[in-house]
Ligand binder design. Sequence first.
Ligand code: MN
Length: 285
Amino acid sequence: MALDDYKKKRDFTKSPEPAGDHDKALRARKGKPLYFCVQKHLASHLHYDFRLEHNGVLLSWAVPKGPSLDPSVKRLAMHVEDHPIEYGSFEGVIPEGYGAGIVMLWDKGIWTPQVEDIDKALAKGDLKFTLDGFKLKGSWVLVRTRGYGGSRGDGSSKSWLLIKHRDDWAGALDITEFAPRSVKSDFDFAEILADDQPDVWSSHKPAAGGEAGDMLRDIIQQAAALKAARATTRKPGARAKSPAKKKATTDPKSPAKPKAASRAKTAAPRAARKPAATTGARRRS
Ligand code: MN
């Protein structure tokens, strides 16, 4: 079955990742433009999971350094197991097990093969396509190499290169640095974690040492601080509601007041939430 490898590696009672329904996805996606996404994944190592929809699944490559818009830069892309279509909108925290860490939906959009037969191109190890995402656009190619990283059952290598073709969308801009945040939530890793449980890895961190370990430690601290800041900034907003409400109901002489009070009521929590999110954004950039 299409998603056997994917399912074998995961325990869906412990992971928030979607189990996926291949038949349902095939039916639902029929005749629709092909979806692509890139998920920034901080696990034992930081990498970018590049996914292209094909035959009701997401073909997937793990790109350690992420995509580059510079045509002279070839980025290693390790072919990994197919993922369910439903994975394409996933963003969140994987508390334990395979891929434990934080997943951010870094880019998404539509892809168009520049070959007649996708399966043939994959078998050949040369897939040309265009992307129309928020961050990645224009013409690209995935080329299989003889390289390292073991081989698949059919003897072909798992290692590919993701390369930008020269066009209007190519350039020297470091897109991973320039646009580091989620296209789904506009969150960074710390904000994604703050929305979940910053203390989920107190005992068993997905990455303890090295660059990823340092990054994770930093992110956990930021997330905990964000969560604490949100909790305290929300309280005054919540308290401000009740005096306004009381005033409005005990003052029948001014009919305009209840309206203003209810407007203030909805505005207060939003205003209280915003500073926490934007401070976080500024601190990160
Ligand atoms: Mn991954």
